[in-house]
Design a protein around this ligand. Structure first.
Ligand SMILES: C[S@@+](CC[C@H](N)C(=O)[O-])C[C@H]1O[C@@H](n2cnc3c(N)ncnc32)[C@H](O)[C@@H]1O
Length: 277
C-alpha cells in the first residue's frame, strides 16, 4: 500500500466497534466499492472506494457480538496479527481524538494540571506493592497524572477513561501513549481484552463512590478486575470507599487488604485496596 493511501475506519469510536451503527447501516444500504480485501483471519475487511476520492474504508466486527462481515466475499488477504490490528485501531482513535476530528471546537486550553508531589507519593506507595515487571491496565486514568507514577516505576501501562476531554488533553500533552490509550467505558473493556490479559489492573481515586453511583462503580471494578491475572490495586479518597471496594471484590473471589495511606493533605490516594488472585 502506498504511503499516502487514505484509510478510514467506518466507525467513529471504540464503543461503536461493539454496536456497529455505521457498519450495519452501510451493509443495509449497500456499498459501492471497487475492491475488497480481508484483514488477517477475519479481523476485518477493507473496501476500496473511489467516490468522491480514492480511499480505503475499514470495517471490523471483531469486537462485536454481531458477526456481519463473514458473508462478504473477499479475493485478497492482507496479513495482520490480532495484536497489530488492535493496536492500530487504538492508535487511530486516540490520534483522531487528539487531532480534534470528533469535535467542532476545543474549549480546553493547555496541558492538564499534574501535581508532582502526588505523582511521587503514589510512586513510593506502589513501589513495594507492585511486582517489578508485568503488564498493566490502568482503568479510569483521567488526565494521566497517575500514569506518570506507573511510568516512573518502569511500567508501560495501557490506559483507559470514558471522559473525552480528559483523555484528549492528556494525549495532546504526551502524558498518555496513543498506542495504548482507549477512550471507553471501563465496563466495555471485556469486548477488547480477554480475562486475565494483564498482570495488574490499577485504578486511582476510583469514585467518588456514593449511594447514587454504587452500581456503576461495582460494574466498573468487577469488569476491570476480570482483566487482571495477578493483582489489582485501587486507591480511594475515604476509608468507607476502600472498604466497600474490598467487600465488592471479596465477593468476586479476590483476597486483599485495605491500606491506610493518609497524609497531612488528605486529598489524593488516602486509602487503598490491594488484592491478589
Ligand atoms: C476521581 S477521577 C480519578 C482520575 C485518575 N485516576 C486520578 O487519580 O487522577 C475518576 C475517573 O473515573 C472516570 N470514570 C468514571 N466512570 C467511568 C467509566 N464508566 N469508565 C471509565 N472511566 C470512568 C472519570 O472520567 C474520572 O477520570
Amino acid at each position: 500500500m502506498e504511503e499516502e493511501t487514505q484509510i478510514f475506519l467506518a466507525e467513529e469510536s471504540l464503543a461503536d466497534l461493539i454496536n456497529l451503527p455505521v457498519t450495519l447501516e452501510a451493509i443495509d444500504s449497500g456499498l459501492d466499492f471497487e475492491e475488497v480485501v480481508r484483514i488477517g483471519e477475519w479481523l476485518g475487511i477493507a473496501l476500496r472506494l473511489t467516490d468522491p476520492m480514492e480511499f480505503w474504508l475499514v470495517l471490523t466486527d471483531r469486537y462485536s457480538g454481531a458477526k456481519v462481515l463473514e458473508n462478504i466475499p473477499t479475493k485478497r488477504v492482507v496479513k495482520s496479527s490480532e495484536e497489530e490490528f488492535q493496536e492500530a485501531l487504538v492508535e487511530y482513535f486516540a490520534t483522531s481524538l487528539s487531532d480534534e476530528l470528533f469535535c467542532e471546537s476545543c474549549i480546553e486550553a493547555g496541558p492538564p494540571l499534574h501535581v508532582q508531589s502526588r505523582i511521587e507519593r503514589l510512586e513510593e506507595f506502589l513501589r513495594p506493592i507492585l511486582p517489578p515487571d508485568g503488564t498493566v491496565m490502568e482503568i479510569c486514568c483521567g488526565n494521566g497524572m497517575t500514569t506518570q507514577s506507573l511510568r516512573k516505576l518502569g511500567f508501560d501501562p495501557w490506559t483507559e477513561d470514558v471522559e473525552k476531554c480528559e483523555v484528549c488533553q492528556a494525549l495532546k500533552a504526551g502524558f498518555l501513549d496513543p498506542k495504548k490509550t482507549m477512550l471507553l467505558d471501563a465496563r466495555q473493556l471485556g469486548s477488547f481484552f480477554g480475562p486475565e490479559d494483564f498482570d495488574i489492573v490499577a485504578g486511582f481515586m476510583v469514585g467518588l463512590i456514593d449511594d447514587v453511583n454504587r452500581t456503576l462503580w461495582q460494574e466498573i471494578l468487577l469488569e476491570g478486575s476480570k482483566l487482571a491475572k495477578k493483582m489489582v490495586v485501587y486507591t480511594t479518597y475515604t476509608k468507607p470507599e476502600a472498604e466497600w471496594v474490598a467487600e465488592t471484590l471479596g465477593k468476586a473471589g479476590w483476597q486483599g487488604e485495605v491500606i491506610d495511606n493518609r497524609d497531612d493533605f488528605g486529598i489524593y490516594d488516602q486509602w487503598a485496596y490491594v488484592a491478589k488472585r
